[in-house]
Write a protein that binds this ligand. Structure first.
Ligand SMILES: C[S@@+](CC[C@H](N)C(=O)[O-])C[C@H]1O[C@@H](n2cnc3c(N)ncnc32)[C@H](O)[C@@H]1O
Length: 226
């Protein structure tokens, strides 16, 4: 190869990489600008980590347990749309009874009251509007049910996000039902990882997976299945 040809090849490579980086930066800016207007709990740090993982793995199937208003689903779905491949399945009953039944009305009165008075129709509508406004309908499938009922329909998961019911038994059940459905080498995020009621489930994950990283000061942990 002549010197000139070599230089042109290198320059072309640099320009292409810079262009790709610019497009990724634009995606991240877009997501982070919209994020604060969505119902739910997804920090900028978490959103950027979710996007980076999707861009790296190029998954066919992502699953989120516990969607709420879609704040955490939004970065993942936006990254899938950007890639032009893959879907995210969002599972949530969007139902008051499922959320309050594990809380004691007196011992857990703060959570009990918060979930009892929440307008789930409003939350679900805001989620649907988020999908529509951002053109994410094609890369997102929503299952309005508990995670336990939806599990049988899902397999070969590349990236799983566990952020559903806060009850200890349900969190363990989520790991037991869904971990076998994640591909070997696939990824599992678990949220609210510092809560006492998540610890047994995290031990189960740690037995079957390698720890990858923690974000949001340790409240969200990423594992990679062995
Ligand atoms: C903490 S919120 C999820 C927040 C959301 N991932 C976000 O980042 O904004 C927990 C959600 O889990 C849902 N949930 C409760 N019980 C569930 C169950 N058995 N299966 C699936 N989701 C459940 C609730 O309806 C609620 O929307």
């Amino acid at each position: 190869m002549s010197k000139m040809r070599f230089l042109i090849t290198i320059l072309f490579g640099i320009t292409t990489a810079a262009y790709a980086q610019k497009k990724e930066d634009a995606l991240k800016d877009y997501v982070c600008n919209i994020l604060p207007s969505l119902e739910g709990w997804c920090s900028r740090e978490k959103a950027l980590n979710f996007i980076d993982l999707v861009l790296e793995v190029k998954p066919n199937l992502c699953v989120e347990i516990g969607v709420f208003g879609g704040a955490s689903l939004f970065p993942v779905a936006s990254a899938l749309k950007f890639l032009g491949k893959g879907i995210i399945v969002g599972i949530d009953p969007w139902e008051r009874s499922e959320n309050v039944k594990y809380y004691h009305p007196i011992e857990d009165h703060v959570d009990f009251k918060w979930w009892s008075t929440l307008d789930f129709n409003y939350i679900y509508d805001s989620y649907c509007m988020m999908l529509r406004r951002n053109g994410l309908g094609d890369c997102c499938v929503s299952i309005k049910s508990t995670s336990a009922l939806a599990a049988a329909f899902l397999d070969n998961i590349d990236i799983l996000y566990i952020d559903g019911n806060a009850d200890e038994g349900i969190t363990i059940q989520d790991v037991e039902l869904y971990l076998p459905r994640v591909l070997s080498g696939g990824y599992i995020w678990i949220n609210n990882a510092l809560w006492p009621q998540r610890q047994k489930a995290i031990h189960l994950l740690a037995d079957a997976c390698d720890f990858v990283k923690a974000v949001d000061n340790g409240s969200c942990i990423l594992f990679k299945k062995k």
